[in-house]
Unconditional design. Structure first.
Length: 491
């Protein structure tokens, strides 16, 4: 090991280290000793490495100083503890001697023990003085501001001379780097001037930005006022729409109630007419049955009379003489033939009447079925009218909502006009056209006129006389049942 002192001096770029250099780190720079050129990048790296090594050495020195201080403090504490232990032991000995000599001791022994105690106290006082002096010395060393030099005692190093030469070469390179650093400082000063000029330009731009921001704030305040006005207009429009909506609903409810009343009245009238006609037909049928039964009874009575007369004639012939049979037999045969012919006629009449009765029953069944189907069709048409009115009302609301749109300040010339015939694309809009094309602007008075015209047309159709007539006897022939009327044309 060898004796080497480390010192640090300030430079333009950092701390310079005058200690030994590591040869492994200096191979790149010291490889070409005769050459004057040096790569700036390698020099900067070497400079950074030197600074890092100096910082590491400084940290190691501070750590060693702290370790020495801690060792010294530990030694002082051990000394204090040892002296305290000696004092405690001596006091224990004195106490034991005093307790032993208390019973049979003399004044001489007491004086000797007191002398020993005094000597021990003097020694302790001297040791305390030494400890205080050492502590004062430590505090002085800690408070002193002189640079500390740590000397490492080591053996002789054979590479010392070579390292010193390399250190000199590196000092020359460091001087060159110092000159380059000064040049870079000049460049930095010029750059700082440019930065100041740019700062002035930035200040002017900031002033312009502040002015622009003030104008933007004014425009934003004006826009907020316009938004408030638009919201107020929207609120008033919504109130008007709600009022119109309530009025339309009231009108529709009133008209629907009137139509329901009319429909119920017509239904009751039709039911009354049907009941009266059914009663008349039942009465006619009963009269026909009574007449038929009375005819049958009369014919049976006549037949019985003829039979009795024939039997009485036969008895008379049998009881009469045999001289007159050739004269009366042809009369009896004629009577029997006439009676048989009448019986056949009556049987044919009976069959015809039964056929007529069955036909009347079929007609009654068919009439009942046709009227039931007519009532079902009327109910369906009534529900269809309700659905149509609801759909018209919803379309009218949608058209009113589309009329009140927000104001847009941007315009585009390429946008085309939307055709008026195109219907709204909603979930309730059918692919086919079940209803006529409805305009986007429909007034409530127009809707009321449409509802009145449709109700009048329905009343005319319901009261027609063709519905009360029967065309054919077939059960499946329903030509009297009219289809649903077409929707009213809106021009």
């Amino acid at each position: 090991m060898y004796l080497q002192a480390f010192d640090f001096r300030p430079a333009a770029s950092g701390l310079l280290w005058n200690g030994p250099c590591n040869p492994n780190r200096c191979k790149r720079s010291s490889g070409t000793k005769g050459s004057d050129r040096c790569n700036a990048i390698s020099c900067e790296e070497y400079k950074q490495k030197i600074e890092e090594q100096a910082v590491k050495l400084y940290e190691q020195m501070t750590c060693t100083v702290q370790d020495l201080e801690e060792v010294y403090k530990k030694k002082v504490s051990t000394l204090r503890k040892s002296y305290q232990q000696q004092l405690i032991n001596s006091l224990a000995v004195i106490k034991a001697n005093y307790e032993g000599s208390y019973t049979g001791g003399t004044a001489l022994s007491g004086s000797a023990s007191s002398a020993k105690v005094q000597t021990l106290k003097k020694k302790l006082f001297e040791k305390d003085i030494v400890i205080q002096t050492l502590e004062a010395r430590i505090s002085e060393l800690e408070q002193s501001d002189h640079p500390k030099q740590i000397i490492f005692e080591a053996e002789d190093d054979p590479e010392k001379k070579r390292l010193e030469e390399e250190n000199k070469e590196m000092k020359g390179k460091i001087d060159e780097l110092y000159e380059n650093a000064q040049k870079l400082e000049d460049v930095l000063r010029q750059k700082e001037k440019q930065i100041r000029l740019l700062d002035l330009d930035v200040g002017s731009m900031k002033q312009k930005m502040e002015k622009d921001q003030q104008t933007i704030e004014k425009l934003s305040s004006a826009q907020e006022k316009l938004k408030i006005d638009l919201e107020n207009e929207k609120a008033t429009a919504a109130k008007l729409l709600n009022q119109q909506k309530d009025e339309m609903e009231m009108l529709l409810e009133a008209k629907l109630k009137e139509q329901e009343k009319q429909f119920n009245q017509q239904k009751q009238e039709i039911e009354g007419i049907m009941k009266t006609r059914l009663k008349e037909k039942e009465k006619e049928h009963e009269q026909m049955q009574q007449e038929y039964q009375s005819r049958i009874l009369e014919e049976q009575r006549q037949k019985l009379k003829h039979i009795r007369e024939a039997e009485s004639i036969k008895q008379k012939l049998q009881s009469a003489k045999p001289t007159s049979p050739q004269i009366k037999t042809p009369d009896v045969s004629r009577d029997t033939e006439t009676l048989l012919a009448q019986i056949k006629k009556l049987a044919a009449v009976k069959e015809e009447q039964e056929k007529n009765i069955e036909g009347l029953r079929r007609e009654l069944d068919r009439i009942n079925r046709t009227w039931e189907k007519k009532f079902e069709i009327l109910k369906q048409s009534f529900h269809a009218i309700k659905d149509e009115m609801f759909l018209r009302q919803s379309l009218h609301r949608q058209s009113l909502s589309l009329q009140k749109v927000s104001v847009s300040y941007m315009t585009n010339e390429n946008t085309g006009e939307i055709p008026s015939s195109a219907g709204p694309k909603n979930s309730f809009y059918f692919p086919a056209n079940p209803l006529p094309q409805i305009g986007t602007k429909t007034s409530p008075s127009r809707l009321t006129h449409m509802a009145d015209s449709y109700a009048d047309y329905q009343e005319q159709v319901m009261v027609t006389e063709n519905e009360l007539q029967v065309v054919s006897d077939d059960e499946e022939d329903l030509e009297d049942v009219h289809p649903l009327p077409p929707p009213p044309n809106i021009n």
